[in-house]
Design a protein around this ligand. Structure first.
Ligand code: PLP
Length: 400
């Protein structure tokens, strides 16, 4: 008899993971991986932050640590310190729930707003991180709406389009806003534009979910990069911030995230946290310890904190350098079109403006692994491969 699973359709591959698998199999010597969403050092290698290595060594020999369950809402020292890092202060109106990565916090935000606010519509930027739509639709949102964001002609923000779309939000809408270093475009609103966005969210009574996965990666400064979150907090919004430590601590596989709740008062916060705990209980019961303990240790030690800031500086400066070099190389070769957006864009990614056909040619002909959207990870570039990449970009732009 045939299998009960026989009629299940093979799922579509997840683009970024499929590209990584193909890249690993590729034997071409000059292959370049610009698709992965993780930091790479000057040699193109994964980088364990020196401060993380140090703290892990201490933890390994600390006899007081054990492998007991954490509380359902996670490690208290971690949640408190994470909120202080993000909002710059502590307050009884703020609370946190630890979750497996930024993804886990988004899933909590989706489940909570569905269950307690009856939300069914979520607005996501066009384009947005590849997982936002799926997270909210799997949590039961039936109406996933894109708001205009990337202006392809100007290679910048379509601010008017964005506001117009948000002004049409139906009641009980959620909006996901990228707090800093927008993925995939690298285009962030200015402070004036953030004020305009906040105004529309207030007028339309849209529930704001800030996705903050790159604090420190845009400017190299943790406070500067938290500006949008602090602005919404100062404006009196009640909202969620989905905080990920995958990138700024290089803790990708440890799954360290914190859902930061900003409420009107302590009572509202307590009620919300208690219900979030119940969602956690049935979803993953309690979160993993290792990464959160590393983050808590660093954030709660002034000396370790300074070292971490140096590590963030190292990562953000390398990305800035690659932006400058790619731009100047493309200009020097005389690559057709304008490329100044490469240095204007912020964070780990650049939305190059290369179209699907050009990206495909980079992949097939030059073994340069790049997303169909033309997004590249700036730290996939190294001094050893940047000339090859610039020449290849010039070739596909000229040929197509
Ligand atoms: N949000 C955005 C915008 C991201 O780019 C990412 C990761 O790439 C995440 C959330 C989730 O990160 P995590 O790996 O912590 O789940």
């Amino acid at each position: 008899s045939s299998s009960i699973f026989a009629d299940i359709q093979i799922a579509k591959p997840i683009e970024v993971f499929a590209l990584i698998a193909d890249y690993n199999k590729d034997e071409f010597k000059e292959k370049v991986n610009l698709s992965v969403g993780a930091y790479r050092d000057t040699d193109g290698k994964p980088w364990v932050l020196p401060i993380v290595r140090r703290v892990e060594a201490q933890m390994a020999s600390d006899p007081t640590l054990n492998h007991e369950y954490l509380p359902v809402a996670g490690l208290v020292d971690f949640r408190k310190a994470a909120i202080k890092l993000l909002l710059g202060e502590e307050d009884s109106r703020y609370g946190g729930v630890q979750a497996p990565g930024g993804t886990g916090t988004l899933r909590l935000a989706a489940a909570f707003t569905k269950k307690f606010f009856g939300c069914d519509t979520v607005f996501v930027s066009k384009p947005t991180w590849g997982n936002h739509k799926g997270i909210f639709s799997d949590a039961g949102f039936s109406n996933i709406v894109e708001y205009r964001y990337w202006n392809a002609e100007e290679k910048g923000l379509d601010y008017d389009g964005m506001l117009e779309d948000l002004r049409n939000a139906p009641p009980k809408s959620v909006v996901i806003l990228h707090a800093v270093a927008h993925n995939p475009t690298g285009v962030d609103p200015t402070q004036d534009q953030w004020e305009g966005i906040a105004k529309v969210c207030r007028e339309q009574d849209i529930f704001v979910v800030m996705d903050c996965a790159y604090q420190g990666f845009a400017s190299g400064n943790l406070d500067t990069d938290a500006w949008s979150c602090r602005y919404f907090k100062d404006q009196g919004f009640e909202f969620f911030i989905c905080q990920s430590f995958s990138k700024n601590f290089g803790l990708y596989n440890e799954r360290v995230g914190n859902l930061c709740v900003v409420a009107k008062d302590c009572d509202a916060k307590m009620k919300t946290l208690s219900q979030l705990e119940l969602i956690v209980r049935t979803a993953w019961s309690n979160p993993p310890n290792h990464g959160a303990r590393i983050v808590a240790t660093v954030l709660n030690s002034p000396q370790a904190y300074e070292q971490w800031k140096n590590d963030i500086h190292t990562m953000s400066q390398r990305i800035l350098l690659m932006r400058q070099q790619l731009l100047s190389k493309l200009k020097a070769i005389g690559c057709p079109g304008t490329w100044d957006h490469i240095t204007k864009q912020k964070g780990m990614f650049s939305y190059t403006g290369l179209n699907a056909q050009q990206s495909d040619m980079l992949l097939k002909k030059y073994h340069i692994y790049i997303m169909k959207s033309g997004r590249i990870n700036m730290c996939g570039l190294t001094p050893a491969n940047i000339d090859y990449v610039a020449e290849a970009i010039n070739a596909v732009v000229t040929e197509s």
